[in-house]
Design a binder for this molecule. Structure first.
Ligand code: KG4
Ligand code: ZN
Length: 341
């Protein structure tokens, strides 16, 4: 029997818990608050924290039940410590500390982005290093060289908005409710991606020319909608969505492939909520096949926020023995650079 980990994730608007044994997912429970926040057009931090508080115990119980294990059988408890909404993170960290303290288990404090990268370590993808990982979520967009899951190395990142943030803001301009990603993808399917020419971000910036920028494309969409006016936008919504989605996905694929070429790795992976996007998945698959690269694309449910990925990262993170973790805390931001906690 492998290492049995109970993991908890509450960094944003999903209350999640999972039980993972070695590389195998035994249970993966996600209670999304998205509906709750959509009336406000985005996540309201205080609402998120309060909702985590009322939901987290039931989600943890469910994860243990689904896995058919008791807390006493778990080897370690892992939790997202950063980055994210501080009130939301605190609920997960306090819950994990209390459970670990009561059950006499070690605690593992995990970085959320480390989780997104480690998602492809899990079966059935089960990717082994070396590879280049693209992580694109609501708050982050970055490329890491992964020689070792314990220490991904930053190759490039966004200098302004994250890809998911650009997607959500663009979707909002087109009248799509929060979270915009799935709605934008559905609308884009009915449109022509070549109808509008949106800027595709930085041509080349950062040490390896691997940084991203999404402020320009968002502004371009805003100007296009102003120019079209209300009726024009209503008529061209699908074309706008398709062109905008393509402008966001293009640099993600280009930079990932350039990073793979430069570092000579045999494989690439994608992760984070934006990696649930069908166009990104298809274009990464196509570009990787052209180069003879292996491509690791986790199930959509392992790309958007979940706790199984936190358990995966915990396999490469130091355990804090009972009861030395009582002073551990959540952090809203991560130190620059590395994502391994
Ligand atoms: O990783 P994630 O679930 O949460 C954060 O860590 O931020 O990522 C959320 C982001 C949101 O911006 C959401 O709109 C985007 O992922 N997203 C998508 C899709 N599903 C979720 N973007 C494009 N296409 C999708 N199908
Ligand atoms: Zn995330």
């Amino acid at each position: 029997m492998g290492d049995l980990v109970l993991a908890i994730e509450t960094s944003c608007d999903e209350t999640a818990a999972a039980v993972v044994e070695g590389r195998a997912i035994r249970s993966n429970v996600v209670a999304s608050q998205a509906q709750l926040h959509s009336v406000y057009g985005g996540v309201v931090p205080e609402v998120a924290a309060r909702h985590h508080l009322t939901t987290v115990n039931a989600v943890v119980d469910r994860a243990l039940d689904d896995a058919g294990v008791g807390l006493d059988q778990v080897d370690r408890i892992a939790v997202t410590r950063r980055p994210g909404l501080i009130g939301a993170l605190l609920v997960g960290v306090a819950t994990a500390k209390a459970l670990a303290y009561a059950a006499g288990k070690p605690l593992v404090m995990v970085d959320h982005l480390h989780g997104h990268v480690a998602a492809c370590w899990l079966e059935p993808v089960a990717l082994d290093p070396p590879f280049v990982a693209l992580t694109a979520s609501g708050g982050h967009t970055r490329l890491d060289l992964v020689d070792d899951y314990a220490a991904p190395q930053l190759l490039g990142q966004t200098i302004d908005d994250a890809a998911g943030e650009a997607i959500d803001k663009g979707a909002r301009l087109l009248g799509i409710p929060y979270p915009g990603g799935p709605g934008l993808e559905a609308l884009a399917r009915e449109g022509d991606a070549t109808a509008f020419e949106f800027p595709v971000g930085l041509r080349s910036r950062g040490p390896g020319g691997l940084d991203f920028s999404y402020a320009g494309v968002k502004t371009a969409l805003l100007y296009a909608t102003r120019e079209l006016g209300e009726n024009g936008v209503a008529e061209r919504r699908a074309d706008l969505a398709a062109s905008y989605q393509q402008a966001i996905v293009r640099p993600l694929v280009d930079r990932l492939m350039r990073a793979a070429d430069d570092s000579g790795v045999p494989a690439v992976s994608i992760g984070g909520g934006v990696a649930a996007n069908g166009l990104l998945r298809a274009q990464v698959e196509g570009a990787a096949a052209e180069r003879g690269l292996r491509v690791a694309i986790p199930d959509r449910a392992l790309c958007t926020d979940n706790a199984a990925m936190i358990a995966a990262a915990a396999a490469f993170t130091l355990s804090i023995p009972w009861p030395d973790f009582v002073g551990e805390d959540a952090m809203a931001t991560a130190p620059p650079g590395g994502i391994a906690a």
